[in-house]
Design a protein around this ligand. Structure first.
Ligand code: GRF
Length: 204
């Protein structure tokens, strides 16, 4: 059984896609141990509670500085000790020590085809604003492993989505979610849970 922790910051539609996929049997062999949000008001926490999954808030704002937050976040993650950490719209940088401790065991969903429209400043709606500004005709989403860089880890899967005439950032964001993100992330988790994607040895 793959034990996962899902980290979220907002509405949690990607979390919902994971919950639905577990319920419907599209994801097997997987248990969500906890959902962690940096934002106490994130609707994602409600979605977790509705599924009787422990929902925790770990906000940098509640600590004197980033180092103190990173330490507490790391402590909590070590205590949970998941097999896999899934970043599903999580807007906080993962502390480098956590990347080391969970090397090759953290995955992220990014709403563009990496290496396009990624890196510093490319999060949320900005990604789609930039894609429209540039005038690309195809965008999409990427699931990748997390390393110490920003959106630089090894790519697991990608799915293309067409931009349509008259798209606004909001309309494009929704299409990328529906056609790519909600498909790719559950699929990646199921692939990992069932050994089609191998993870490195777990560190103690
Ligand atoms: C998604 O577009 C995700 O790719 C991005 O943030 C958004 C999160 O949406 N990083 P939700 O909270 O899963 O609804």
């Amino acid at each position: 059984m793959l034990k996962i922790v899902v980290c979220v910051s907002g509405g949690g539609t990607n979390l919902q896609a994971i919950l639905d996929a577990i319920d419907s049997g599209k994801i097997t062999n997987t248990e969500i141990m906890a959902v962690i949000s940096n934002n106490a008001k994130a609707y994602a926490l409600e979605r977790a509670r509705n599924h009787s999954i422990p929902a925790l808030c770990m906000s940098p704002k509640r600590y004197p500085d980033r180092a103190a937050f990173n330490e507490a976040f790391m402590e909590k993650m070590k205590e949970l000790n998941p097999d896999l950490i899934v970043l599903a719209g999580f807007l906080v940088a993962i502390p480098p020590a956590m990347v080391d401790a969970f090397e090759g065991r953290i995955i992220n969903i990014h709403p563009a085809l990496i290496p396009s429209f990624c890196g510093v400043g490319y999060y949320g709606l900005h990604v789609h604003e930039k894609a429209l500004e540039y005038g690309v005709k195809v965008t999409g989403a990427t699931v990748h492993f997390v390393d110490k860089g920003m959106d630089t880890g090894r790519i697991i899967s990608q799915k293309a989505v067409y931009v349509q005439e008259g798209d606004t950032p909001e309309v494009l964001q929704r299409r990328v979610m529906e056609e790519a993100e909600w498909v790719l992330l559950p699929q990646a988790i199921d692939d990992i849970a069932n050994g089609r994607i191998q993870l490195p040895e777990k560190k103690a």
